[in-house]
Design a binder for this molecule. Structure first.
Ligand code: NOJ
Length: 553
């Protein structure tokens, strides 16, 4: 089976609203993003994931949509969006968008009609109960901010279901018209030229919700239908879903038709993310090793999307209470840093105390592990957060481009305040400063991503823990592909260490460091590999040449 583009991608996620303003209204827009595509190309990004771009009252940062067939006028016009797709394409960058169809905004005309009359053709597009559901106060996603999942609507004289906030009524996926509409939405955007979708809240769109039923059944065949539909319209369309589920449920999301995935192509690796944070907190790789070992083998074409930070809180809900407390103690000790009792609302740089060595270590490790890396805007320059802002907004501040007012993001007062003071203020942390400085974090990211380009084993190959007697702070893993073999050392603690990888000698052909925290000198001696505190070494063991068919004699 040939390699797929998403296995070799570097995905960069951003909110157009906070990336670059072009018209001086304080809100980022498509022309602004177009003007920054060259920056993203230089960084090595090959795919953009845009957070919701549709018209919205913006009560959940765009995840509350009022029109799936348009873009929010604050961001520009559909023409501006088409221009973005064209310009990105010229630079070899694909664009995927958020598909937020579990729910709509309560201001969506469908819901307005549905709640307005029991006879409305849209009534059955949402999930209703005539009596108060016994599980009304269960299943909230935002505890503390959300008190129920069923809300009584006086106009409708009925209770409606909302997995998220009460202004986000869930669509009724039992209704074939709703399913058909979702296909139509996909058609619209695929025909416009997007390369695929990040499917928001995937487990919930499969759920056949019924009032008072605790564990409602899920209909996974809908994912198969979505996949068939998308693929028919665009053969290489990508379906990447958000589904933070137990390990044993994962295979159902990918599907399996004769050994190949036939539902989603990619899932965010929540299994790894929480344990990654635990490993960083403990300064020991054991939780990561456990994640690598305990996740199911994936069918052909199924791929993980790895991430350290995204636009939500660091979600530690898959850890035990004790483990969660360890991560809180290390990275989010103040109550104000924590959210929903399960997460941390900070960016990675402040979580790691601004320690450049640990930041490099963490990102080198993420980018060398299984799957395709997803990088959140601003992480490449080590942006910080603003804990004075409410809930998840702390990590959604505008991109810091320069030392100009408002960080060069906008000439007007920005949609959300720019981080202006302290160690992460825009005068200290910005692109312009880092762009020309070969020792900057940005330059490091560019170098690291270039190295990744030369390492098809990562992403396209297999990723396994190498079980050698190593100091307990060092993770040794390897990647194998028909193009070659690589081995990686990452030291999660400050103590230097030495690792003996002599057992790999037979597989090595002039092994050499392709990326490391310092120049460890050559030649590489596998029997005695030194590694600094918080150091990392990506070592190529060998490279294979793929030969064509032999001549027929
Ligand atoms: C998941 C998104 O990541 C989050 O930001 C949003 O609030 C919910 N889905 C609701 O759409």
């Amino acid at each position: 089976m040939s390699d797929r583009w998403y296995s070799k991608a570097v995905i960069y996620c951003l909110d157009v609203e906070t990336f670059q303003d072009s018209n001086g209204d304080g809100i980022g827009d498509f022309p602004g993003l177009v003007s920054r595509l060259d920056y993203l190309a230089r960084l090595g990004v090959t795919c953009l994931w845009l957070h919701p771009i549709h018209p919205t009252p913006n009560r959940d940062d765009g995840y509350d949509v009022t029109d799936f067939y348009n873009v929010d006028p604050k961001l520009g016009t559909l023409g501006d969006f088409a221009t973005l797709l064209h310009e990105a394409d010229l630079l070899g960058i694909k664009v995927i968008i958020d598909l937020v169809v579990n729910h709509t905004s309560d201001e969506h005309p469908w819901f307005v009609a549905a709640r307005g009359s029991a006879d409305s053709p849209y009534r059955d597009w949402y999930v209703w109960s005539d009596s108060e559901p016994s599980d009304r106060r269960q299943g909230m996603v935002f505890p503390g901010e959300q008190t129920e999942t069923w809300t009584y609507d006086r106009r409708a004289r009925s209770w409606y279901y909302h997995r998220f906030y009460d202004f986000q009524p869930d669509l009724n996926f039992r209704n074939p018209l709703v399913r058909r509409e979702v296909m139509k939405i996909m058609t619209f955007w695929l025909k416009l030229g997007v390369a695929g979708f990040r499917i928001d809240a995937a487990p919930f769109i499969l759920e056949l919700t019924e009032a008072g039923v605790a564990d409602c059944p899920k209909e996974f065949t809908f994912l198969t239908e979505l996949r068939e539909h998308a693929q028919w319209l665009r053969a290489d369309a990508l379906l990447l879903a958000e589904a933070n589920v137990e390990a044993d449920r994962i295979p159902e999301y990918f599907g399996d038709a004769g050994g190949s995935a036939n539902r989603l192509h990619m899932l965010f690796d929540f299994q790894l993310n929480g344990r990654f944070m635990l490993a960083l907190a403990r300064e020991e790789p054991e939780p990561i090793i456990e994640a690598l070992k305990s996740t199911p083998t994936l069918p052909q074409g199924a791929q993980w999307a790895t991430f350290l930070r995204n636009h939500d809180e660091v979600d530690l809900s898959r850890l035990t209470a004790d483990q969660r407390d360890e991560v809180f103690a290390a990275f989010g000790p103040d109550e104000n840093m924590q959210l929903y009792g399960r997460g941390i609302r900070r960016r990675l740089a402040p979580m790691l105390g601004g320690d450049r060595r640990r930041l490099e270590l963490a990102y080198a490790l993420q980018f060398s592990l299984r799957g395709t890396p997803v990088l959140r805007y601003g992480e490449e320059i080590g942006m910080g957060d603003d804990l004075s802002l409410p809930d998840r907004q702390s990590i959604r501040t505008p991109m810091q481009w320069s030392f100009l007012p408002n960080a060069g993001f906008s000439t007007a007062d920005p949609v959300r305040p720019v981080v202006s003071s302290g160690d992460y203020g825009y005068k200290k942390v910005n692109v312009t400063d880092q762009r020309q400085d070969p020792s900057s974090l940005l330059a490091w990211f560019e170098r690291m991503i270039r190295t990744l380009r030369e390492a098809p084993e990562i992403g396209s190959g297999t990723c396994t823990h190498v079980d050698v007697p190593a100091p307990r702070t060092v993770l040794v893993h390897r990647a194998d592909h028909h193009t070659g073999r690589m081995v990686f050392l990452h030291n999660l603690a400050d103590e230097p260490a030495t690792v003996d990888l002599g057992t790999l000698t037979a597989e090595a052909d002039h092994p050499n460091d392709v990326l490391s925290d310092v120049d460890y000198g050559g030649p590489v001696d596998l029997k005695s590999l030194k590694i600094n505190g918080f150091g990392y070494r990506w070592i190529r063991l060998s490279r294979d040449t793929v030969t064509g068919a032999p001549p027929i004699s």
